[in-house]
Design a protein. Structure first.
Lengths: 139, 298
């Protein structure tokens, strides 16, 4: 595409968080990260807990953590429907570590299978969050 | 004729009532503004969700094997009605209108030989339905909008509904709530959650696919898996929307009701003050006449 930009939108149930034209976004899909450049084939994918990287000028401009959701990609736009989203720089490390500790205790205490599954899923989200702070990709 | 003292007491009491109602009106007005903003902020997500869901649903419904949340259980025996009412009273006809609708609907279903179950969100709706349908109420949720309506509780309700549906507890689920139209008007609106209303998706899919003439989406993982994740989430989003609309309606309804109450109290105060002054004047005149006629008698 000539102008070389993608309309990127990030929406959570509570608000439209981000809507801007970007060069490229890298989205953590359930089956692996995928980068969206202008002219991408239309697709719909689920998203795992991870970091969305927004690129401008050849380097990462924004890192946004999402706890899961969906991405809709068309040649001219990329829409991410996220359950929970926050800018990586604003994540409070101590709070995440505390959460991780609480959750692993919950997972141990879980009474039945469904409860254990729920806490395991939440534990995965918290781990991904910690990883987002510790190991930034695409420096 | 009430004595001067009695009138004075009544005037003071009406005045303090007026102070309370006017304060409640102000609070409701402030909350209404926030609630309206929230409802508007939630709209983009719901719209995009619908777009994605319509695209996926249209490609799956063509083939067999659509999940039950979309296709239904094939029966219509047990109906679950989720009513979204308020936790607090003093909001005019808000809860009464809602309950009237639900009662009519439930009676009709029972007459048709269906089983009716009720899921009450908000204390007031339950309070009014307990008398007639106490045995049908399966769950009551309170304080879902406390301190402010948020997505979390809506998701919890949706997850519970989905798991009940999987267990076969009901066949059709409808949520009934007050839809916010304007400050003066709120409409009681039923919305079928389960099975997902397919007419809408077909229209929506047509609108998305035709004008752009765009290639069909690729799905990662498969359509079925995406749909299996999307449908419960859509449930949560619809529930959240219903709660937001209902919350805005509640505030609007309370604001109008309290405005009326304040005005009525004002009228009452005027009337009582007039009465008070007249009585006081009558007493003075009576005393004067007594003194004058006493002096004349001498």
């Amino acid at each position: 595409m000539a102008d070389g930009r993608v309309d990127f939108e990030l929406v959570s149930p509570e608000a439209l968080l981000l809507s801007e034209e970007v060069e490229m976004v890298v989205v953590p899909g359930d089956e692996g990260d995928f980068g969206v450049l202008p002219g991408h084939a239309p697709m719909i994918s689920t998203i795992r807990a991870g970091v969305i990287h927004v690129f401008a000028g050849g380097s990462v401009q924004k890192r946004i953590f999402v706890a899961g959701g969906f991405a809709e990609v068309t040649p001219e736009r990329c829409t991410v429907l996220a359950e929970e989203a926050m800018v990586v720089g604003e994540i409070d490390r101590d709070a995440v570590e505390q959460e991780l500790k609480d959750l692993s205790e919950d997972a141990d205490d879980a009474a039945d299978e469904t409860e254990r599954e729920i806490s395991r899923a939440r534990l995965q989200v918290a781990r991904a969050k910690l990883k987002a702070i510790e190991e930034p990709l695409y420096q | 004729m009430p004595s001067l003292k009695e009138l004075r007491v009544r005037i003071t009491s009406v005045k303090s009532t007026q102070r309370i109602t006017s304060a409640m009106k102000m609070v409701a007005a402030a909350k209404l503004r926030r609630a309206q903003e929230r409802a508007e902020e939630a709209r983009p997500f719901a719209e995009r969700m619908e777009r994605v869901l319509a695209a996926v649903a249209s490609s799956v419904t063509d083939g067999a094997g659509a999940p039950p949340l979309l296709a239904g259980t094939g029966k219509e025996q047990t109906h679950l009605i989720v009513l979204v009412s308020s936790d607090r009273g003093l909001c005019g006809g808000f809860n009464t209108n809602l309950v009237r609708f639900v009662r009519k609907h439930a009676r009709q279903l029972i007459r048709e030989g269906k089983t009716v179950q009720l899921f009450c969100v908000g204390r007031k709706g339950y309070g009014q339905l307990r008398g007639e349908f106490g045995d049908n109420v399966i769950e009551v949720r309170e304080d879902v909008t406390k301190p402010a309506p948020s997505f979390g509780p809506a998701r919890d309700i949706a997850m519970q509904l989905a798991s009940m549906y999987e267990d076969g507890a009901f066949d059709v689920c409808t949520v009934v709530y007050n839809k916010f139209v304007s400050v003066m008007t709120q409409n009681v609106t039923p919305l079928q959650l389960i099975p997902f209303a397919i007419e809408d998706t077909k229209d929506g899919a047509g609108a998305v696919a035709t004008p752009a003439g765009r290639a069909v989406y690729e799905y990662e993982p498969s359509e079925e898996e995406i749909l299996a994740e999307l449908l419960p989430r859509n449930l949560a989003v619809q529930m959240y929307r219903a709660i937001l609309e209902s919350f805005a309606s509640e505030q609007a309804s309370r604001m109008t009701a309290m405005d009326n109450a304040t005005r009525n109290a004002g009228d009452l105060i005027n009337e009582l003050t007039m009465n008070y002054n007249r009585t006081r004047q009558a007493f003075i005149t009576k005393e004067l006449i007594e003194i004058i006629s006493g002096a004349e008698a001498l």
